[in-house]
Design a protein around this ligand. Structure first.
Ligand SMILES: NC(=O)c1ccc[n+]([C@@H]2O[C@H](COP(=O)([O-])OP(=O)(O)OC[C@H]3O[C@@H](n4cnc5c(N)ncnc54)[C@H](O)[C@@H]3O)[C@@H](O)[C@H]2O)c1
Ligand SMILES: [Zn+2]
Ligand SMILES: [Zn+2]
Length: 342
């Protein structure tokens, strides 16, 4: 079969011939329908220090995908041929202390699809049955391809109360955009957002953010002080930009929460942690999705609460156009790009 792969230790990805994966015990074989490109895929494409240190080519990439189960492996009792499923990218051990305590999202033996083992940017993928999450019928099929990323946003937003609360989201990349839509679906009183890219500010309006501030053009701190003098109830950091951290600590109300999902490129030393202490802030590190509570919450939001994230999908193309897709993403001129594998 033809698959999108990192074929050698250098920048770029290629479409190469690989063997169709064979079914294994405990796994299901998925006929992939759609895949969605993640920032992680762009890191792999660029062959940055992180990916060069972690990925062993040749590797089929892609960890956000959906499709139909065509074969189930020995011992699989909870999935059937014909089930439509979305991928959870983290394969966890089920044995470590975290896994045994319902904290699989911080499993110390986590293996990531499309990074440590072959992923789903191919016509077929074989993945553990637990990682093939059944998708409710109400969910549009192309949306199912990005549920792994949507789960990051659901995990962050629902790590504290939202209904009737004021929320600041820093960074309107795909995950920040999802978070804005989720906050609105959950009845947030007001959603403030920060974003520096005019293109993504446009997407933030569509995703439902009430007020969008551009820190590169205005003093976002001053604007927030004017609109929310007491501070917002919660800040969700989704930019990975160091300047968002002091903004979060300054403009979250005493006793509020600051949930940190964005990954900073370097160690940060430009903020005053005493502020968090004396304001009694609840500072949370957020990684991955709660396994598998986040998936239940996501299914509920999509099928019962009217969560609509289709505006975040800006491009759809056949997987043969991966090069163009990567260039569009690199230029910052996209929300989510969905690839078709049919
Ligand atoms: N913790 C986890 O498990 C996890 C999982 C996935 C992604 N992430 C991280 O979450 C973050 C969001 O992911 P994404 O895919 O949406 O990334 P992204 O890079 O597409 O989005 C980040 C956005 O922040 C904006 N931004 C840059 N500087 C800013 C500033 N000073 N103020 C406000 N916005 C600014 C960018 O223009 C961009 O739109 C990234 O840092 C990513 O690495 C973490
Ligand atoms: Zn992803
Ligand atoms: Zn584990």
């Amino acid at each position: 079969m033809r698959a999108i792969a990192k074929s050698r230790p250098a920048p770029g990805v290629e479409i190469i011939d690989v063997d169709e994966p064979a079914i294994r015990a405990g796994c299901v074989k998925v006929r992939v329908e759609h895949g969605s490109i993640c920032g992680t895929d762009l890191h792999i494409y660029n062959w940055d220090a992180w990916s060069a240190g972690r990925i062993r080519p040749p590797r089929v990439i892609g960890h956000e995908f959906c499709g139909t189960i065509v074969e189930v492996g020995e011992g699989v009792t909870d999935r059937r041929v014909g089930d439509f499923v979305a991928s959870e990218s983290h394969i966890v051990c089920g044995q470590c202390r975290q896994c045994l305590n319902g904290q699989g999202h911080v499993c110390v033996n986590t293996v990531i699809l499309g990074v440590d083992v072959d992923g789903g940017f191919a016509p077929f993928a074989v993945i553990p049955s637990a990682n093939a999450r059944p998708v409710p019928e109400a969910v549009p099929r192309r949306v199912a391809s990005l549920m792994d990323a949507l789960g990051n946003a659901v995990h962050t937003v629902m790590a504290g109360p939202v209904e009737g609360r004021t929320v600041l989201i820093t960074g309107m990349g795909p995950i920040g955009l999802f978070a804005a839509a989720i906050c609105k679906a959950l009845g947030a009183a007001k959603v403030y957002a920060t974003e520096v890219s005019p293109y993504r500010i446009g997407l933030a309006e569509k995703a439902g953010a009430d007020t969008i501030l551009n820190p590169s053009r205005e003093n976002a701190g001053e604007a927030l002080r004017r609109m929310e003098p007491g501070g917002v109830d919660a800040t969700l950091e989704m930019s990975g930009h160091p300047s968002s951290l002091p903004l979060a600590l300054e403009h979250t109300r005493p006793g509020g929460r600051v949930s940190l999902l964005g990954v900073f490129p370097d160690v940060i030393d430009c903020f005053d942690l005493n502020k968090a202490i004396f304001k009694g802030l609840d500072l949370q590190g957020i990684v991955g999705r709660r396994l598998y509570a986040t998936w239940d919450q996501m299914n509920w939001l999509l099928s019962e609460k009217g969560l609509d994230v289709t505006s975040v999908i800006t491009n759809e193309m056949p997987f043969s156009e991966i090069e163009q897709a990567m260039q569009t993403l690199k230029a910052g001129q996209a929300g989510k790009i969905v690839l078709s594998f049919e």
